[in-house]
Design a protein around this ligand. Structure first.
Ligand SMILES: CC(C)(COP(=O)(O)OP(=O)(O)OC[C@H]1O[C@@H](n2cnc3c(N)ncnc32)[C@H](O)[C@@H]1OP(=O)(O)O)[C@@H](O)C(=O)NCCC(=O)NCCS
Length: 155
């Protein structure tokens, strides 16, 4: 997961940050230790897409909402990470992961649902829009010393 999480993040957002910021972020967020904590968290669920050749090519993490939302509802859920390697985009893998995640969140009584998405990630915003997510706020997402403008979407 550390390898796949790091690879998909670099592929999608690596060009946005100075190398040092990117390395720090990967060390904190996509290390084996960080992923071990994520996988052990009973409030989260994770799905991994595996190619028939065994290669892991995409994943979804959902759970309780950890975004900085004002007056956050106690039962709020979040689509926390959704990534598919770019060579496998537009094959509906993301769509299948979303269906699984939304069903699981509903089964846990998680509502409403939130997603944080980079303000210039138009493809992902279109994707989430089709699932009924709309912008309800913004926040700054820290990657090293860089702070990105992120939209918060709600459904
Ligand atoms: C968003 C993502 C998971 C969708 O997975 P997918 O398997 O390609 O999705 P589907 O085939 O079910 O749906 C295709 C839709 O995905 C979105 N999409 C496609 N390529 C994308 C890309 N490079 N970046 C963001 N979204 C993309 C588009 O909305 C596309 O539909 P449209 O262009 O016809 O409007 C996938 O594109 C991805 O991993 N992107 C890079 C990482 C990312 O941006 N994750 C979201 C972070 S909040």
């Amino acid at each position: 997961m550390a390898e796949l999480g790091g690879a998909t993040f670099v592929e999608t957002f690596g060009h946005l940050y100075p190398p040092e910021d990117l390395q720090n972020f990967l060390k904190n967020s996509h290390s084996v230790e960080a992923w071990s904590r994520t996988l052990a968290d009973p409030q989260r669920a994770i799905w991994v897409v595996e190619h028939r050749n065994g290669r892991k090519i995409g994943f979804l993490v959902v759970g309780a909402c950890k975004l900085p939302v004002e007056q956050l509802e106690a039962t709020a859920g979040e689509i926390q990470q959704l990534y598919v390697l770019s060579e496998f985009h537009n094959l509906k893998l993301g769509g299948q992961l979303m269906s699984l995640g939304l069903d699981w969140l509903a089964s846990q009584g998680r509502a409403p649902l939130y997603i944080g998405v980079w303000s210039e990630n138009y493809g992902a915003q279109r994707f989430y829009g089709r699932y009924g997510f709309n912008k309800c706020g913004e926040y700054g997402f820290k990657v090293g010393k860089t702070i990105d403008r992120e939209f918060i979407l709600k459904r």
